[in-house]
Design a protein around this ligand. Structure first.
Ligand code: PSV
Ligand code: MN
Length: 393
């Protein structure tokens, strides 16, 4: 009997429908970040990757290739001004040529000299006005390229106690965010990302999900919290945060990466696969599957020593694996074990799902979607890396 058939039978015996698992994974779109395809890395050294994209058009070509091989990445996030162009409809057309759409628009509020003390929290009203105008410009860009997502991350914070008034900074930030919120078209979501530290190291102005949640609640329903897996203190239970934000109807987006860098440089699911599984368990648990499906799932990774396209493909495969395994949980059975107070019975049921080898199921799912069973292998054997290195130098 084939490995796939054995797995289907095993899942059936556990009360799980393999076809439903495949269909749900196939329907999960995961956005890729434009900044993941160009050279980028740590502050110690940026290693050049032969064939890495040199401009936004090449980034879109690479994103298109990832989508072609995985069937899972129909959109690409842009960072402004890293991806600036003077013709947004032409850029949207380039994306379309490569089989992808333009996704979340990310304003850059951290690279200009004026932002030394922050952007929309800055003590100087003129700097806050500049930052606010840039975010509003990003709303216009989103509309010009047909995207419904504005994704905001602030590098704002202080390095030393007493450097600035934390409460006053919150007030300034809220005032600017109200101006931005007022410009959102009805169809657009504003995602508000938090980060516990870096580049500010005493406090960051949106340090955790509670801070982001409070701002979103004051702004209105179009403001939603974005969870970036790398932005937490070690040991933080991200599944718990997901459960709460879904219960509060405020989980708008996810940035996937591995937290070992405490930011965005490593492959999601590479070191904490159980954490990723548990995040998906809570996403599925959080009411209807439909609600979890409204969350914008994105990679936020910028690799330094590995091939960027390979790293992106492997990340997508890791996300799909975690989601498929979480879908293997028999939730009715789990609920009855939980109600009966069977501590280890419930725990084992969850862990058994985590240990399910879903690879044959995912391979068949990809083939049915017209993609290679193993997209990473297909990239390696397809000679793509050598071709890009030759073309791009
Ligand atoms: C900041 O660390 C972040 O996670 C934000 O999402 C940025 O937009 C992205 O990384 C790229 O700097
Ligand atoms: Mn992020």
């Amino acid at each position: 009997m084939s490995r796939l058939r054995l797995l289907e039978d095993e899942l059936c015996a556990q009360g799980v429908d393999a076809a439903e698992v495949s269909a749900a994974v196939r329907a999960l779109p995961i956005e890729t970040p434009s900044w993941g395809f160009g050279d980028g890395g740590t502050r110690f050294k940026v290693f050049h990757c032969p064939g890495a994209a040199r401009n936004v058009a090449e980034k879109l070509a690479d994103a298109g290739l990832v989508h072609k091989l995985t069937g899972a990445c129909p959109s690409v996030a842009l960072h402004i001004p890293w991806d600036i162009t003077d013709d947004w409809s032409a850029l949207a057309a380039v994306a379309q040529q490569h089989g992808v759409k333009l996704g979340a628009i990310n304003p850059n509020l951290f690279q200009e000299d004026e932002y030394r003390l922050g952007s929309i929290c800055h003590p100087d009203a003129a700097v806050r006005a500049k930052a606010t105008a840039h975010i509003i410009e990003c709303i216009d860009i989103a509309q010009a390229v047909g995207s419904n997502t504005l994704s905001i991350w602030l590098a704002d914070g202080t390095n030393y106690p007493g450097q600035d008034d934390i409460r006053a900074r919150r007030g300034r930030m809220l005032e600017c965010l109200h101006q931005v919120y007022g410009k959102l078209p009805a169809s657009m979501t504003m995602l508000l990302e938090y980060k516990v530290f870096e580049p500010a190291f005493f406090h960051t102005d949106i340090a955790d999900w509670g801070a982001s949640f409070s701002l979103c609640s004051e702004l209105g329903p179009q403001a939603q919290v974005l969870v970036d897996t790398g932005h937490h203190a070690p040991g933080t239970n991200i599944g718990y945060i997901v459960a709460w934000l879904l219960a509060l109807d405020r989980l708008g987006g996810f940035h996937f990466n591995c937290r070992n860098y405490a930011d965005d440089d490593l492959i999601v699911g590479s070191s904490q696969p159980f954490e990723l599984f548990n995040i998906f368990h809570e996403l599925i648990n959080g009411g209807s599957a439909g609600r979890a499906a409204q969350v914008a799932y994105m990679l936020d990774q910028s690799h330094n020593i590995e091939n960027k396209i390979e790293a992106t493909i492997l990340s997508i495969m890791n996300v799909q694996t975690a989601y498929a395994r979480a879908l293997c949980v028999n939730r009715i059975e789990l609920a009855s074990l939980q109600t009966a107070g069977d501590v280890l019975g419930a725990h084992r049921l969850l862990h058994d799902a985590f240990e399910t080898d879903v690879r044959p199921l995912l391979a068949a799912m990809r083939e049915n979607a017209g993609c290679p069973a193993d997209p990473l292998q297909a990239f390696r054997t397809g000679g793509y890396a050598a071709k890009l290195a030759k073309e791009r130098g």
